[in-house]
Design a protein around this ligand. Structure first.
Ligand SMILES: [Zn+2]
Length: 345
């Protein structure tokens, strides 16, 4: 995992010199195993910060692929990644291995759904939130509280953002703060309301600092919910109490992990696209599917993803059988297009 010790130490000398970390802290950072869930604006800031800090193992989880509109704020990606339509997990790992070939990067092109969440956070010490929607965060909260795994919540949209450390058994969880996700349709998203890249930079980097503090273990993690409104330069903090009646950390009922079947088709963060999950994970031969679909429309495949252009829509199929249906007007239409082109699920 690590090269010559001298080389590794030299690489991180500027943060080892910082008294909060020191040589012992750096050793713990090198041994740490961290999962980053979501590799959009927040997630790329987080993965970049953790990789450069020398976290020894990084699991990079994302379901989406790189598009041109990502480049304004998702700092690990390039125009070439967007042209190639690379999955974000793969593109992020390719960029970070160029930064540090001595750490272990484990890209997972996957949805963080209720059926996969527990597997995706297995064997890590800490999870950092780079997701773009509350529904996934409630699944993440359930999975981490159930596994007694600390995670760092972070979110950003427009010019504002918020973050909180969640340490199961010690402090409040996400459902102590917010018992249920608000109704989704009314919430602003990055696509509908926009987002400035400094806010994802600030929130993502605070998440990195909190992750390092948890790993090094000498400083107490921050116990407050921190909210930032950047256009008005407003930073505020409030204490969040643990709720003994909390269904998740109080009663240990993990309702969001159990809500699998109704979310087979989800709308993607305000985009004109839906994700369709197969009933069970498949292992698709994309080259074969490419041949089969050649009469249906313009089709091309890489080892990660098949892209089919048909009737002005773009349908993308991943190896695990998951698809992103661009240009669909409703869940039903997305599901019927999936069934028509990619199988009977
Ligand atoms: Zn709770």
């Amino acid at each position: 995992m690590s090269g010559a010790p001298g080389g590794r130490e030299g690489r991180h000398s500027r943060q080892v010199a910082f008294s909060g970390i020191g040589p012992e802290g750096q050793r713990k950072i090198a041994e740490a195993r961290v999962a980053v869930v979501g590799l959009g604006a927040l997630g790329t800031v987080i993965a970049n910060g953790l990789a450069r800090s020398g976290v020894g193992y990084l699991r990079l989880i994302d379901r989406d692929y790189v598009e041109l509109s990502n480049l304004q704020r998702q700092l690990l990606y390039t125009e070439a990644d967007a042209r190639e339509g690379l999955p974000k997990a793969e593109a992020a790992a390719r960029r970070l291995v160029e930064v540090d070939s001595g750490i272990e990067l484990d890209p997972r092109v996957s949805d963080f759904g209720p059926d996969r969440a527990e597997e995706l956070i297995r064997d890590v010490d800490l999870v950092v939130d780079g997701t773009d929607n509350l529904e996934t965060r409630f699944i993440l909260n359930d999975a981490c509280v159930k596994a007694k795994l600390p995670w760092i919540y972070g979110g950003a949209v427009m010019d504002h953002g918020a973050t909180m450390d969640i340490i199961p058994g010690e402090g409040p969880c996400l459902r102590c703060l917010m018992p249920e996700p608000p109704e989704g349709q009314d919430l602003p998203t990055c696509a509908s309301a926009g987002v400035l890249n400094p806010i994802t930079g600030i929130i993502g980097n605070i998440e990195v600092v909190e992750a390092l503090k948890l790993i090094v273990g000498t400083e107490r993690p921050r116990k407050t919910y921190l909210a930032v409104s950047l256009w008005s330069t407003d930073f505020s903090e409030c204490e969040v109490e643990r709720d003994p009646a909390c269904p998740c950390c109080g009663q240990r009922r993990f309702e969001f992990l159990e809500r699998a079947p109704s979310h087979a088709v989800v709308s993607l963060c305000g985009r004109d696209a839906f994700q369709v999950m197969p009933q069970s994970t498949r292992d698709m031969d994309l080259a074969l599917a490419c041949q089969r679909l050649s009469a249906a429309g313009k089709v091309r495949a890489t080892s990660f993803m098949l892209t089919l252009e048909v009737d002005g829509r773009e349908l993308r199929l991943f190896r695990d059988g998951r698809a992103i249906i661009g240009g669909a007007k409703s869940r039903d239409q997305a599901l019927s297009l999936y069934t028509e082109y990619f199988g009977a699920d």
